[in-house]
Every structure is written in structure tokens, then in C-alpha cells.
Design a protein around this ligand. Sequence first.
Ligand SMILES: [Zn+2]
Length: 152
Amino acid sequence: MKLTPHFTLAELTASATAQRLRIDNTPPGDVAQRLLYTAEMLERIRATLGVPVIVTSAYRGPVLNRAVGGVSSSDHMTGEAADIVAPRYGTPYAVAALLAPLVSTLGIGQLILEGIGGKQWVHVSTRPPQRAVNRILTITATGVRSGIHQLA
Ligand SMILES: [Zn+2]
């Protein structure tokens, strides 16, 4: 099912882990509604980057979230977040650096550049964090920093 011109519900609920462990990752109705808002945010991001955006993980139901070791308060569990890369634009750092000054314009509640275990991606959520200081972060194995920082 197409949520927006470039993003489908299947894309936003797909998970290799869910497939491997045979976890049903079908979202409930309220989550599906939030995934639509997430897809709309992704369209704005795609238009800004001018290249396709690849979603590596969006909705994670409770069982899948536990299986991947996600935090229990994760915006992925409510359908409000997506992890993305856009290799045709550049590195996740380049993507995050472009988006950081535009979060309000693009309706990005939270922007996180993540680099963990040799993988890098950009986490975007439609929901702003409780503390404004946490709106734009860089998270690596060594910790959490405010703002977007070049990954080692
Ligand atoms: Zn994420």
C-alpha cells in the first residue's frame, strides 16, 4: 500500500530480523496513521536531498523492538520514527548536516546521526523530544552529543 508517492507501508514495516524470527510486524491502526505522517516527513526529506531515501528501519512492534535491542521508549514503536540513508546524496553525516538547520521547516521533531557497530544511519522522528536540547544529536558507542558531529 502506497502511503505517499515514494514510500509504501511495506517499506516502513519491513525488517530482516522480523522475517528471520518470523515476527508479525503488522502495525495497529493508530500506528498506521502515524506512519503516514512519517512517510510525509520522508517525502519532504527526499525532496530536500533530491535523491531517493532508503528506509532501513521504521515501525518496530514490541516483539521486534525487543529482538533488536531497541529502547522501550523508542519512537519506532509508535510509528513516528525512521532510520534512513541516502547514499546517492552522501554519507549519513552529510545527510544529517544538511537536514539539521532545516528540522523545523521539514517537520522533523528529532534528528539523530547514529554510528554504532560499524553502521551509520540517520534517525528522524516526527515527534519532538521532551527537552529541546535533545532535538539534534549524534549518538555513537562512546556516547551522546548535542548537534551533528563527524563520525570517526
Ligand atoms: Zn532509529
